[in-house]
Design a protein around this ligand. Structure first.
Ligand code: ARG
Length: 473
């Protein structure tokens, strides 16, 4: 008899649908603001290698450690409870911060139909974003799941408009337009420093669009077999790399860089409108709404599920694991939603809410991903005598780890500092949880040192924010 469970195609759809949310729809202008096509290509190459290494780590670990559940479990298995907490907290933070980014793009895309939402930072926009966020949380507390089938449908609905766009962009592509300012505004001259700055500018956006590639790994316990989850991660990431690079590069052969950079957000909507008229804008907008709502729904369940698993593993207080009669972790969901709500108010004070939210989301998940890469190294190293391609696996882990750390430092270390602020309350919860497990619990010296470091870094972040060194507008 065939074993029941999620199959390969659905798992690939899962990777695609947890990764393609809002980023792709703003990509063409976001990269054009910082870089010319030459630099964008180099940046995709670098980010592609780094992310592929990360995907290979995921796909290796999901097979080698089928017993581990939840992304933080790798950190915990490799480096102990405290590491598990650091990883899981980062994942949870990243998940809901990413939802704030979703909210900003969703609202501004409705601005295509209702101009009042166009800027995205006024009272009506915040009300709308809040209503959507609360509704999604409500549905999930009532036991709504983004079932695998739903995910597959959403994945198709969002891919169709994207493919139509790609085909059209290929037809309208003008080579001389693309090559005119290949290396930047200075013409076709190549200046290494200038190009490096451009590449650096692309990194955060490019790391952000890949947030979510762990989708299939996270669902691996429900997969038909672990091998499928492993394969799906790799196929999914390669597919994403192709779609993202094409969607970000083709427009340079249609409009000038200045024109692209000046498009209102979400750029893809206006680009398509420019290509075929108002109907084009409408088609992309609909794809975008489906895409974001679908991703947002899964990203509402994921953080709550993470909190629940963490508190089952006693990395967070056990109250957070309580489920209601619909089997949904309502306390975790509500706490997360309140934080999202607070964050949505910042939309009022900044016109860079999207950048701010996605940069924080990316910085937070870098912590989680780094632990995965570190565990990949450790696990492969320890088992190097018994595994066939151990050296390859170690190398993959090293590349992924270096990429994550160097990437975030270049792209925006200040966001890492800000994320540290959000770790401070987490530390309190962690200690509470450990005390529940063992009333005599005392923090180990190592844990203390790291906690103090986190608090100091968080305070520095806060100070820089207050002094206006980290700008929100
Ligand atoms: N935590 C989240 N909500 N993450 C969503 C990932 C977003 C996705 N990579 C995008 O390009 O939009």
């Amino acid at each position: 008899m065939q074993k029941k469970g999620i199959g390969l195609m659905t798992l690939i759809a899962l990777v695609v649908s947890s990764s393609i949310g809002a980023g792709i729809f703003a990509l063409s202008s976001d990269v054009a603001i910082v870089a010319a096509p030459g630099a964008v290509m180099i940046a995709w190459l670098i980010v592609g290698i780094g992310i592929l290494a990360l995907a290979l780590s995921f796909s290796n670990l999901v097979i080698k450690r089928p017993d581990l559940e939840g992304i933080f479990a790798y950190a915990q298995a490799g480096f102990g409870d405290f590491a598990g907490f650091l990883s899981g907290w980062g994942y949870w933070l990243s998940a809901w911060l990413g939802n704030v980014a979703f909210a900003t793009v969703l609202v501004s895309s409705l601005g295509y139909f209702y101009p009042i939402f166009k800027t995205g930072h006024n009272i009506p926009s915040i009300i709308l974003a809040s209503v959507i966020a609360w509704s999604l949380t409500y549905f999930v507390t009532r036991g709504v799941e983004s079932a695998a089938v739903l995910n597959a449908i959403v994945a198709i609905c969002k891919l169709i408009p994207l493919f139509v766009f790609i085909i059209l962009a290929i037809i309208l592509f003008k080579v001389n337009m693309f090559t005119k300012t290949f290396w930047g505004n200075v013409g076709t001259n190549f200046s290494a420093i200038d190009v490096l700055t451009q590449v650096k500018g692309c990194i955060m956006i490019m790391m952000w669009v890949f947030v979510g590639i762990e989708g299939a790994t996270m669902m691996s316990s429900r997969a038909k077999n672990k091998k499928d989850a492993s394969t799906a991660t790799i196929i999914g990431v390669v597919g994403l790399l192709v779609i993202y690079s094409v969607v970000s590069l083709l427009p340079y052969g249609y409009l000038s860089r200045t024109e692209l950079a000046g498009l209102p957000r979400p750029a893809l909507v206006y680009l398509f409108q420019h290509m075929i008229g108002p109907i084009g804008g409408a088609i992309i907008s609909i794809g975008l709404v489906i895409s974001i709502l679908g991703a947002w729904l899964s990203w509402t369940m994921l953080p709550a599920e993470t909190v629940m698993l963490m508190s089952k593993d006693q990395l967070l207080p056990k109250q957070l694991a309580k489920v209601n009669r619909f089997n949904a972790p309502h306390i975790a969901l509500l706490t997360t939603q309140i934080l999202i709500q607070l964050f949505l108010f910042t939309l009022l004070f900044t016109n860079k809410a999207y950048e701010f939210a996605y940069s924080l989301c990316t910085a937070a998940i870098v912590i989680t991903y780094s632990f995965v890469a570190a565990y990949q190294i450790k696990f492969s190293w320890i088992n190097r005598r018994t595994t066939k391609n151990a050296w390859f696996q170690v190398a993959v882990g090293v590349i992924a780890l270096v990429f994550e750390i160097v990437g975030i430092i270049l792209a925006g270390a200040q966001f890492l500092l800000l994320a540290m602020i959000a770790y401070i309350p987490g530390l309190y919860f962690y200690v509470q949880a450990q005390k529940q497990k063992n009333p005599a619990y005392q923090m180990q010296t190592k844990e203390k040192v790291i906690s103090i470091l986190i608090i100091i870094l968080g305070l520095i972040g806060l100070l820089l924010l207050i002094l206006g060194k980290i700008k929100l507008r």
